[in-house]
Write a protein that binds this ligand. Structure first.
Ligand code: MLT
Ligand code: MN
Ligand code: ZN
Length: 304
């Protein structure tokens, strides 16, 4: 199974256009610290790729990856569709940028689809331009590609709605306790049984999630914040990391101690611009190394 990391930053990116925090200023001064919005590309067939989440950077992310460039015909593209972990803006705003395609698939859970069609009105808006084929996640493995050699499965994570969907009536977007608002994705190659678990927004660590990480060969997890107090300490929010729906990396409730004993290769993604790991010289990198964990990098290729 072949994947390419297209971006590793949380909403806003690194640097964020309206932010002069030390992380963003550092990324402006040192271009190698820049990170695009978190996304992956997954090869489903020789010439057919799916993007995991559709970010505001999607055009540049496609252009920057030789495997995703168009051809040989003038409007041939290897980009067959997108697979969504949630309905957050940083993971969905890029969908409308695919409107020049003849058509594309969107794999999403029910509440995510209802948020995008009922609240963002993506179906209505895109119908005059292109054909969107919705495929439901969360009701068993979905085969991808001509050969069906890759299967996608959703592991429920949390009922956290995007802010634009908070308080919206149940008949529009579904119930409040639906844990498929945010999911982790299991990407599995049937021929080899190798799998990757992708969870860029992880609000809680359930037994189901523990089973999923134990079964995976590679895990890419929410690394939004280094510790729980980071959003409060840096002044970006009155809520802790956990309160914002992102388990921190370090500390007693952090994900590092749970990941460090796994057989899987484990990487962090979706780094917020306040996260000290955005600075390659930060001492936190050494700690992460001691725990056997990595930070994903933009353009990294992962072969399983
Ligand atoms: C998140 O990851 O929590 C969201 O993308 C935050 C947001 O953009 O509101
Ligand atoms: Mn986000
Ligand atoms: Zn910033």
């Amino acid at each position: 199974m072949l994947l390419q990391v297209l971006g590793t930053a949380a909403g806003g990116g690194l640097p964020q256009w309206n932010c002069a925090c030390p992380g963003c200023a550092g990324a402006r001064a040192h271009p190698h610290r820049r990170r695009r919005h978190a996304s992956l590309a997954l090869r489903a067939d020789e010439d057919r790729w799916y993007l995991v989440n559709a970010t505001p950077d999607i055009g540049d992310q496609i252009e920057d990856s030789s495997a995703l460039r168009p051809g040989p015909g003038p409007r041939d593209t290897p980009v067959a569709g997108v697979i969504l972990t949630d309905a957050e803006l940083d993971h969905t705003l890029g969908i409308a940028r695919l409107r020049e395609a003849d058509g594309f698939d969107v794999l999403a859970t029910r509440p995510v689809r209802r948020a995008l069609t009922g609240l963002m009105r993506l179906d209505d808006i895109l119908t005059p331009y292109t054909r969107v084929e919705w495929r439901e996640l969360g009701a068993g493995p979905v085969p991808l590609g001509k050969s069906g050699g890759i299967e996608i499965d959703a592991v429920p994570v949390s009922p956290k709605r995007p802010r634009y969907a908070v308080g919206t009536a149940t008949d529009t977007v579904g119930t409040d306790d639906d844990h498929t608002w945010v999911v982790a994705l299991r990407l599995r190659e049937s021929a080899t049984g190798r799998s990757l678990l992708y969870a860029p927004a992880l609000a809680r660590w359930s037994d189901t999630f523990q089973d999923a990480v134990e079964a995976a060969d590679c895990v890419i997890v929410d690394g939004t914040f280094w510790d729980d107090d980071e959003p409060v300490r840096t002044g970006i929010s009155a809520r802790t990391a956990t309160g914002m729906g992102h388990l921190p990396i370090a500390g007693p409730g952090g994900t590092a101690r749970r990941l460090s004993g796994l057989r899987a290769r484990c990487l962090y993604t979706h780094l917020n611009n306040t996260n000290p790991l955005g600075d390659p010289d930060a001492p936190q990198h050494a700690l992460l190394g001691e725990w056997g964990l990595e930070v994903a990098a933009d353009r990294m290729v992962i072969e399983l």
